[in-house]
Design a protein around this ligand. Structure first.
Ligand code: SAM
Length: 239
């Protein structure tokens, strides 16, 4: 359960009506039942329902012990899309194991102003749904040229896997097979695609690996899910 409150051993959490109804009426939980709570900052914690639910009252949780949650080191960059599809894209990136999500502004990006709090709410919702307890970070948007210029400083040895519809579509993508154990990032372009200059800039980088997602042109949100699935299932254990 995502809780916007500091989490530490012994903390008492007063739930609101929605959370109370969800635990009592939907999950049929009762006193002493345990659940995992997280707030996106202090990790995940095991908590127990303090006492029986009195009709009309809200529940209280007692935070007990920290719950170990592996944090994904998979970075996912995307060129923002129109709102509805953007919500979908960040939810799917969360479900597919991204540990850090960053909007990358490219020449053909159509969205002017990103609503970071709304995007983060979608990430939280997806994290709760797929029980990702170490919530992905949502980084500040960055221009593609700056991302590339600072990549090695900011990301060290991380390889940047670039979903490119003009990459040769042969399987298996042997370059991915060599990435086992290395930190990786995935970048997907906007509906209008990357410009020729942007593609040339990306392909000129020693840390960039272009991959094809097949012979068809995928919508950007489809490509996001496909790229995450191809990479996650090729580079060893799922992040
Ligand atoms: N340039 C495309 C065109 O001419 O129609 C449009 C870009 S596509 C809608 C959006 C993004 O999805 C691309 O920038 C790329 O990152 C990714 N993508 C789409 N199809 C792909 C494919 N077959 N292989 C690799 N990436 C693909």
């Amino acid at each position: 359960l995502y809780i916007e409150a500091p989490l530490a051993a012994g903390a008492l959490l007063e739930l609101g009506r929605d959370h109370t109804n969800y635990l009592v009426s939907v999950l049929r939980m009762k006193a002493a039942d345990a659940l995992v709570v997280f707030n996106g900052k202090d990790g995940a914690w095991l908590a127990k329902i303090a006492d029986d639910h009195r009709k009309g009252a809200t529940l209280e949780l007692v935070v007990q012990t920290q719950h170990q949650t592996p944090k994904s080191d998979l970075w996912f960059g995307f060129a923002p899309l129109k709102t509805g599809r953007l919500d979908y894209l960040v939810q799917k990136a969360t479900e597919m194991g991204a540990g850090a999500i960053q909007p990358v502004i490219t020449r053909y990006t159509q969205v002017s102003r990103l609503k970071a709090d709304k995007l983060y709410a979608n990430i939280i919702e997806a994290a709760e749904q797929c029980e990702v307890l170490s919530v992905p970070t949502l980084a500040e948007e960055i221009a593609l040229a700056d991302l590339i210029a600072h990549w090695q400083h900011d990301h060290g040895l991380r390889r940047l896997i670039f979903a490119d519809e003009s990459a040769p579509s042969h399987a298996p993508n042997t370059q991915l097979l060599d990435l086992e154990g290395l930190p990786v990032g995935i970048l997907v372009g906007p509906e209008g695609g990357f410009s020729d200059d942007e593609r040339a800039l990306l392909l000129a980088q020693p840390f960039v690996i272009p991959i094809s997602l097949g012979p068809r042109i995928l919508r950007a949100d489809t490509a996001a899910v496909a790229a995450l699935a191809v990479v996650q299932s090729t580079i060893g254990d799922w992040r």
